[in-house]
Design a protein around this ligand. Structure first.
Ligand code: ME8
Length: 657
């Protein structure tokens, strides 16, 4: 079918803040959108899948300043740098058709035009804003919206702020937005509708502050220098500018708008289901068909975030377990609309049970048996039995059941349908005991039929798993001898597409079993190392600000001392006992708690510095007459100590001044 005649499907993810590296929580939504986009392509749709980055705002400006770079350099590094956003989507095999950056020239110019249009139609006006401001969320809040005096989104501190600003007449659109949410399927899951209506619309929608003067990293309001456009206005319109709205970089607005679905995390549903449609109404533009608010991946009871220190690195997980296994896990384990508790154990269990045991085994047992009993190529004759009917019926009906779930974005349920068929097929092996059939030549045709049925079952299941695990499914097709023309949406509902004399190619295990204990240990070690690497390389104590007068300083008697003997103090983990030559002819004993840093034998013969006129003190029953000087600093969170060792030519007793 020609591209123009195809039905269109436009899907978006949120555009990500490149304020720090992305974590597995960000990956979740993009993988879901990718599975959806691939599913629609499989069905024959002309798909536009958009993702991108939301690069303006105070948070980015501040982070760039702290890093000593310009905001543009800062975001360029996180978006395009090594292991940045683009690399991550490449790694995760994300098939987006377009990638927008809100710093792209065409987008910036378009936002200026859009802002001006709403100013000219009277929906944006100038006023002054007083309120509670949360810097990380770049949001003003009213007193009543705060939770225990803190930002309702991130729980962080807010502060009083006032500025001259432009406002969008959100209040004017409250009745229309309310109707949209309550009488249509615009927002899903339905539970999110109540939240929006009860918490935001019914208490009264106030006009929205849509410009800022307190920072400069944003789209300038071209008719009023000093104002930059509120980051959410800038961000939300990406969904249209990326198609060519108010710019001539792209020209597929007519083709794909209105959007079929915006996938967004639950905390940004408010922006997408209230502010976004209201602005489109203001400009008399068609509304997107749907906003789907998915849940969060939760770790240790909270949303993953860098500040909470519970970020899970998708690079580490993909490298250890494979990209497809990770993609599959995210959509198989958690219902898309609700929160899900992420854990490494859960990830490994899913891989071992679903992929290694169920799917992996089905593929490897089937191909191994076709090789063993038929040298890899099935004979053409068939002998069907009643027992086959149930399997065939289940598999030919799978596409319909799967589709019903996919259309509702219920990835977990769609996968459940596929895995029920995989489990049924494994049971079919046990019911038919091919190894018994193989013992008698008379059963050869029946055995070939059992094998063929299994291969067909694998073909259909793998076709429907393509949106989730594109690479692994291709490997499966290669092993079962399925060509491209019979791994399509159409052929996924029809039995008997593989050649009757199909040849299989048993290959390596596609989903190797993971040794849970070993993998957990490895992951913990990597996470510890990453946490350590994130600590400052070097920390030194701040300089003492209190001056010391010269006479007081001179009272401290520093001497060169030579280590005559050194041993660990019994029953102490820390203490070393030094016997020192201080030049007086009488040995001096000093105890020092540095065993963690030095072994006693390595210090014998060294020339050190001691302060010798401190009052003697007893430690572990032993007298310590003075103190050895050392240098201390912190490296990657670990305290380091170095004894001050001086030139061995300096005689014992020499005064240091
Ligand atoms: O919100 N689990 O950007 P963002 C699931 N720039 N989803 C998570 C998550 C987690 N642990 N952590 C984050 C923004 N997300 C705006 C969007 S769109 C016009 C502008 C999701 O980088 C989060 O819910 O902070 C959101 O949908 C997305 O990642 C981007 O978050």
């Amino acid at each position: 079918m020609c591209q123009d005649c195809k039905k269109k499907f436009y899907i978006t993810t949120p555009i990500y803040y490149p304020s720090s590296k992305l974590h597995i929580g960000h990956t979740y939504c993009t993988v879901a959108a990718d599975a959806m986009a691939r599913y629609k392509r499989l069905q024959g749709y002309d798909v536009m899948f958009l993702t991108g980055t939301d690069e303006h705002g105070q948070k980015i400006e501040e982070k760039a300043k702290a890093a000593g770079v310009t905001p543009q350099q800062f975001v360029d590094n996180i978006v395009c740098g090594e292991k940045g956003v683009l690399d991550l989507w490449k790694l995760m095999n994300i098939s987006n058709d377009r990638f927008i950056r809100t710093t792209d020239d065409y987008h910036v110019a378009a936002i200026q035009k859009i802002f001006k249009k709403m100013y000219e139609n009277g929906d944006i006006y100038k006023g002054s804003y007083k309120g509670k401001y949360c810097t990380p969320c770049e949001s003003f809040w009213t007193e009543s919206q705060l939770v225990d005096g803190k930002c309702p989104d991130c729980g962080g501190e807010v502060h009083d702020a006032e500025e001259e600003a432009y406002f969008f007449r959100l209040s004017k659109y409250a009745p229309r937005v309310r109707e949209l949410l309550t009488t249509t399927d615009f927002l899903e899951p339905k539970s999110r509708v109540n939240e929006m209506v009860n918490n935001f619309i019914d208490p009264g929608l106030e006009d929205l502050c849509v410009s800022r003067t307190s920072f400069t990293w944003g789209v300038p309001v071209d008719f009023d220098p000093g104002h930059v456009v509120y980051v959410w206005i800038d961000a939300l319109f990406n969904y249209m500018t990326a198609l060519g709205f108010e710019n001539d970089r792209h020209d597929d607005l007519d083709r794909y708008w209105p959007c079929d679905v915006h996938f967004v995390g639950k905390e940004i549903v408010r922006f997408h289901s209230i502010i976004w449609p209201a602005m489109l109404m203001s400009l008399d533009l068609p509304l997107p068909k749907k906003v789907y608010g998915h849940g969060w991946l939760i770790m240790d009871g909270g949303k993953m975030s860098k500040s909470k220190g519970n970020v899970v690195d998708p690079y580490v997980l993909a490298e250890m377990f494979g990209v497809d296994a990770l993609r599959f896990f995210l959509l198989r384990t958690f219902p898309f609309g609700s929160d899900g508790n992420f854990s490494n154990e859960l990830l490994i269990n899913t891989i071992n049970i679903d992929l290694a045991n169920d799917l992996g085994n089905l593929v490897s047992r089937t191909t191994a048996m076709v090789e063993k009993y038929f040298g890899g190529t099935l004979p053409a004759e068939r002998q069907f039995a009643d027992i086959d009917d149930e399997l065939i019926l289940m598999l030919t009906g799978l596409r319909g059941r799967y589709e019903a779930q996919m259309e509702k974005f219920q990835f977990q349920n769609a996968l459940d349908e596929v895995f029920r068929c995989i489990q049924r097929s494994n049971k079919y092996i046990d019911e038919n005991t091919p190894w018994t059939l193989a013992k008698d030549e008379a059963n050869r045709t029946r055995l070939a039929t059992v094998m063929y049925n299994l291969l067909e079952s694998v073909r259909i299941c793998a076709t429907l798993l393509l949106p989730f695990m594109p690479d692994s499914c291709q490997k499966i097709f290669a092993q079962i001898g399925a060509t491209e023309d019979i791994t399509t949406w159409d052929t996924a509902k029809t039995w008997g597409k593989l050649s009757e004399t199909v040849t299989v190619h048993k290959g390596e295990a596609i989903f190797p079993r993971v040794d849970t204990a070993k993998a957990i240990e490895q992951l913990e070690a990597i996470e510890q190392a990453q946490k350590k690497a994130a600590l400052p390389a070097l920390e030194i104590e701040p300089l003492e600000e209190q001056p010391v007068d010269f006479d007081t300083f001179c009272k401290s008697d520093f001497r060169a001392v030579k280590v005559k003997a050194c041993e660990a103090v019994k029953k102490s983990d820390k203490l070393l006992r030094f016997t020192l030559d201080d030049g007086t002819g009488t040995d001096r004993q000093i105890l020092s708690g540095i065993h963690k840093y030095y072994e006693p034998e390595e210090l014998v013969g060294k020339t050190l510095v001691a302060i010798v006129n401190l009052p003697p003190r007893k430690m572990m029953g032993l007298q310590s007459c003075g103190m050895l000087l050392s240098a201390v600093h912190t490296e990657r969170g670990e305290e380091k100590l170095n004894l001050i060792m001086i030139d061995d030519n300096i005689p014992a007793g020499a005064k240091l001044c």
